[in-house]
Design a protein. Structure first.
Ligand code: ATP
Length: 345
């Protein structure tokens, strides 16, 4: 499922940003825009520059080259507090000696204390924490603490919010529900959200668009389903999910490959590198459609299973329903069930 942003208008623009730490180039000519009302994920392996980019936008780090604009205003020359950018840190950074309401009130500028506390109500309502006003952070669950941090960020009146690894502190059982709740809250706020993650499932399910970074460079930006089904290169294909990379010789709309003749997502000619997701390969009993293969191993995952099958010297991963009665060592037939994606070098 994709979640279209409210508008296509670029809102936060990062233009040609580069950053070096000594000899190491952490960011190389990075440009991306965050649209109004959009949730945008920045994903990549450890050390690819995600946090550095977030810190440059927030104003905790200075770029060597490039600029950052919010609406019509250049903001990378401004102090962090003057940028109109809110940030929610990985550890939430709540004051342990202040209650929920006092933590949120901290972001409000009213001098009058009672007005400030009353002023927190709409923000606590936004994050669905009415009734929790007088609890201290250690009396709240991880998900609730995160919502306090979010309410405090909303209360400061930002025009865009940065989230650093927002769900990494939550245990797996809480993560999925919390993600859905937080997504609804963020969408209802209408603000542009840029968030950093290294969890591909989180990026695919939470974001309207995704940017994949690798060694300080952008590899691809796009809708989750486009990046998943139409990755530009082998790195993006493999980073966003399991995939089979195969070499073939293309002639027009199809190519000759170890899996036989497969259709291509775009015309090509000559040697090509292709990606086929495990769910894009069909497995059938011996004598079925496709080329002969041997089941090397099976990984049972509950609702489905991964079969690793050998075709000549090559092993392919095939997603199959667990009910299919196949055993390691069995002879089967495999074929592509949809187009293979032609990858760039
Ligand atoms: P992770 O997912 O592990 O948090 P990341 O993608 O956020 O990684 P960054 O923290 O942005 O990566 O770091 C990018 C590169 O810059 C890394 O090689 C890191 O070691 C280096 N780096 C970051 N901050 C500094 C610093 N203050 N001084 C020197 N090198 C730094």
């Amino acid at each position: 499922m994709t979640h279209p942003a409210n508008t296509d208008r670029p809102f936060l623009r990062i233009e040609g940003v580069s950053k070096r730490f000594g000899d190491m180039a952490a960011l190389k000519d990075v440009s991306l825009d965050l649209r109004e009302g959009e949730i945008h994920a920045l994903i990549g392996p450890s050390g690819c520059g995600k946090s550095t980019l977030l810190r440059i936008v927030a104003g905790f780090e200075t770029a060597d080259e490039g600029s950052v604009h919010l609406g019509q205003r250049r903001i990378d020359t401004l102090k962090p507090e003057a940028r109109g950018i809110g940030i929610v840190f990985q550890d939430y950074a709540l004051f342990p000696h202040l209650t929920t309401a006092q933590n949120v009130a901290f972001a409000l500028k009213y001098a009058n204390v009672s007005r400030r506390t009353a002023g927190t109500a709409p923000f606590l309502r936004m994050v669905r924490l009415e009734g929790f006003e007088n609890r201290f952070p250690d009396e709240l669950s991880g998900g609730q603490q995160q919502r306090v941090a979010l309410a405090r960020t909303f209360a400061a009146g930002p025009r865009a919010i940065l989230l650093d690894e927002p769900f990494s502190n939550l245990d797996a059982s809480l993560r999925e529900t919390t993600r859905r709740e937080i997504r609804d809250i963020l969408k209802a706020s209408g603000l542009g959200i840029l968030f950093v993650t290294h969890d591909r499932e989180e990026a695919l399910s939470f974001a309207d668009r995704i940017t994949v970074l690798r060694q300080g460079r952008i590899e691809q930006t796009g809708l989750p389903k486009d990046l998943y089904f139409r990755p530009a290169n082998a790195f993006v294909a493999a980073f966003l999910g399991s995939t089979n990379l195969l070499d073939g010789v293309a002639s027009g709309a199809s190519a000759e490959t170890p899996l036989g003749r497969v259709s291509l997502d775009r015309p090509a000619s000559g040697p090509v590198r292709l990606s086929l997701r495990p769910e894009s390969i069909r497995i059938a009993p011996e004598g079925g459609e496709g080329v002969p293969a041997t089941v090397a191993s099976l990984v049972f995952k509950g609702h489905d299973a991964s079969a690793f099958v050998r075709v000549g010297e090559t092993t392919f991963e095939v997603l199959t329903t667990a009910s299919l009665d196949i055993e390691p060592g069995q002879c089967v037939h495999v074929a592509a069930r949809s187009c293979a994606v032609v990858l760039e070098e």
